[in-house]
Design a protein around this ligand. Sequence first.
Ligand SMILES: *[C@@H]1O[C@H](CO)[C@@H](O)[C@H](O)[C@H]1NC(C)=O
Ligand SMILES: *[C@@H]1O[C@H](CO)[C@@H](O)[C@H](O)[C@H]1NC(C)=O
Ligand SMILES: *[C@@H]1O[C@H](CO)[C@@H](O)[C@H](O)[C@H]1NC(C)=O
Ligand SMILES: *[C@@H]1O[C@H](CO)[C@@H](O)[C@H](O)[C@H]1NC(C)=O
Ligand SMILES: *[C@@H]1O[C@H](CO)[C@@H](O)[C@H](O)[C@H]1NC(C)=O
Length: 652
Amino acid sequence: MIDRFLVLSTVLLGALGAQPSAPSPIAAPLRELPWGQLNILHTTDTHGWHGGHLQEPQYSADWGDYISFAKHMRDKADEDGSDLLVVDTGDRIEGNGLYDASDPKGRYTFDIIKEQEVDIICSGNHELYKSNSSEDEFRQTVPGFKGSYLASNLDIYNSETDTFEPLAPRFKKFTAKNQGIRIIAFGFLYDFNGNANNTKVQPVEETVKEQWFQDAIRDRNVDLFLVIGHVPVRFSKETNLIYKTIRKVQWDTPIQFLGGHTHIRDYVRYDSKAYGVESGRYMETIGFVSISGLSTSGKDGARQLEPRKANPSFSRRYIDNNLYSMHHHSLKNDTTFATPLGPNVSSLIASARKTLNLDKTFGCAPHDFWLNRAPYPSNDSILTWLENEVLPDFITKSSTDEATPAYIITNTGAMRFDIFKGPFTIDTTFLVSPFTSGFRYLPSVPYEKATKILQLLNNEGPISLSELRISHLSASSSLHDSALRESDLDILTPARRPVNFMSEKGISIPQTERSIAQVPLASTLDHGATKLTPGYTTTDDAGSDGDDTLHEPITFYDVPNCIAAAVPPAHPSSSSRSSHLSHSSNSHKQEDSDDEGPQTVQLVFNEFIQGWVVLALRYLGEEVDAADTRPYAGGKSFTDVISEWVGEHWTC
Ligand SMILES: *[C@@H]1O[C@H](CO)[C@@H](O)[C@H](O)[C@H]1NC(C)=O
Ligand SMILES: *[C@@H]1O[C@H](CO)[C@@H](O)[C@H](O)[C@H]1NC(C)=O
Ligand SMILES: *[C@@H]1O[C@H](CO)[C@@H](O)[C@H](O)[C@H]1NC(C)=O
Ligand SMILES: *[C@@H]1O[C@H](CO)[C@@H](O)[C@H](O)[C@H]1NC(C)=O
Ligand SMILES: *[C@@H]1O[C@H](CO)[C@@H](O)[C@H](O)[C@H]1NC(C)=O
């Protein structure tokens, strides 16, 4: 067994490094890294969190610390003659004030991230939504990672030549420096179609037919295919296709996939010589994979092991991004950990945060509010708080027509992160709701239909939104099905579950989640006096020992697609469930007749869901279209609404 458990008493470690205001990590029992012949560090979906998590000790290391860490791991590889590669699979932007708060956005990000020595890197979908952010990719990130950036199926418009050209090379072949492992690497993006018109994402199905790809996978002088991509590693048609296409021509050359996009920790076995890893999100996780037993070119270029004789073994570990883990795995301590470059980058981040005033406080949260970690409805649920406090206040203040009651619907996907007890800062606003779109409204909609929209959006009526979509909409725009997972997933759906999902009752785990559902470790292991902290407890194709840190499992609760509030409250009631306008149509009829609910309402909704709201209204027999909607509250974004409310209600 490679695993050894190091059990420590729970002490707070003083931390040099990380951001000045970051909490010190808490000591915890750790599993060792399964170091091998070829080792890879992997980040994905960092979404601007290069300053680390300043309210969560478990994820409090920053990009500068990661730079020091990677340097020590490279040194270790050089010392023992193994190899180390560093990989990032995209969505580096959007979702944190360090990126979003500057004008233009990302002003500080590019100089920070390019300081890490990355061996292979690719684009995510978020880099491509706006033409100016893909321009940044073209003008800053690609040159910053010259020789490492790959774009197997992505082109960009170059205004200087007036043509579309590959954003970066399609693939690269290189030899890992110490072992002589010959590697062919690709950098894919899933079949994304929400990009601005200055980029072209070629469907993977077409890319694998291209001559350059067919030639590359026929190369016999290769010890490993390294397929990185902003593509999930499980249940992904793109990954499956790439895997099958390579296997058709090289039935047993080892393949390692490194993926992203769904924000989870996952590890998938395709066959005994092909594995894939996904390394979470938001700088919470540094993925580690290792492969041993690979053939190599040897010193004189001669093949050391015929691929068929090679019998590689694959391992993985998910490192919690904090200094405690980093010190442990690199055998360093507070005095010896910092490299010359790491702290410089931490300072760059700190000064950018200061310039952007990210620590400016609107108010202080009285306790933690959770998106998925508390049941909905409940007092600890962000959604309940929005529904009972924030949204009613907002429509009361913004109403243009006091005689008409207002009814507001918002998608829960507009909320992205938890709110922690303590200061609610400018930084917090970008974390909890980074989206800039405003609200719109329809001046007069029958109340009964407004409530039915909510049911439709939540797939709770006689017809679900996905059924509606089939007859009315293109496949790329549904709220809750697999087409969506492949496009705007992290904007529309409720905030991604940071840990493998477990349903409230523990029985209705969706099929796609079941195989990776968490199992409690605590019941099977004795940790002496050490109290485990809550965190990731991942189960994947290699078992339940993937996380470097032993944690207490966290329970996650499912939440609806959309929530709503009415002013005046449509159904004053003692039960908290009915205050969010019950989803059941039966109880509606009942309550409507009981208290003569309002006839028509101003229907307010966030702009992002306008298409679905209009669609649902048409289905309900209303002759409306997008042109009938009007801007609401002067274009205020959800983020503005929340921070104003906090400023007025939560004192420090
Ligand atoms: C892109 O343009 C918009 C609108 O002018 C601006 O708000 C944003 O900061 C720009 N983003 C980037 C990445 O330059
Ligand atoms: C993208 O669309 C805009 C507006 O329709 C147009 O002006 C521009 O030329 C298009 N860009 C490219 C590269 O096609
Ligand atoms: C850190 O490690 C170095 C080298 O092993 C050692 O000399 C030093 O005492 C350690 N410092 C602390 C604070 O443990
Ligand atoms: C770190 O910053 C210091 C002070 O600005 C500078 O002198 C030094 O060269 C930097 N080190 C590296 C490795 O960039
Ligand atoms: C939830 O909050 C309400 C209003 O503050 C309070 O009356 C109620 O007791 C709380 N419920 C629980 C379970 O704490």
